[in-house]
Design a protein around this ligand. Sequence first.
Ligand SMILES: [Zn+2]
Ligand SMILES: [Zn+2]
Length: 242
Amino acid sequence: MPRNPNWTRDELILALDLYFRLGSAAVSESHHEITALSRLLNELPIHPSRAAAQHFRNAASVYMKLSNFKRLDPDYAGKGLDAGSKQDEVVWEEFASRRDLLARTAAAIRSNVQSMGGHQGPQLIEEDNEFLEGRLLARLHTVRERNPALVERKKRLVLSQTGRLACEVCSFDFAIVYGRLGHGFAECHHLVPLSELDGTRAVLPEDLAVVCANCHRMLHRSRPMISVLELRGLLAAPNRDG
Ligand SMILES: [Zn+2]
Ligand SMILES: [Zn+2]
């Protein structure tokens, strides 16, 4: 019988959020929030082969995961379950002191479930950026900022306003550096923080920033993701190491 796949960061974010929301309330496997999370985890397009696994993320396994967190919780008087994964600890470390971000991130995942396309939608790829906020929201970010119609609208708008497509971080202009080849080329970065992605609201041109490929990579490399303004600040900072 295939084993259940390990819990991913996205799943642990949802579980830890529920752990804190339930607080010290005594709950059982049949608590409605536990069964609701079990249903949600079965809907998320994270584990393509989950159907083959036994009792994938059923209420008992969600309940067990919440018990795993107890061992990491200094506020928990009992001992908690000894078992648990390294990844439980990582997610606990990162979010136990950032409960607000945790709650917003979990809410953003829930609010976007419909646009994730379920198991028929695009699968997460291992190499996808693993952000603090998990892969599901990171993929949505990428899908949104690569929406061809929206990107086209944004670029036309900026061209009509400024006459060029300069990077909003470093001012790099592909048309100036590469001549005709670079004409009309620029990337777009979605400005809404991952934890605030709202599945009920359409993406607008003002949600995007025009950036060069280098600056875009640097924005995606930062953990948590920094803003265009913050990256501009890094660029301007004199190098004091040398
Ligand atoms: Zn740039
Ligand atoms: Zn981006």
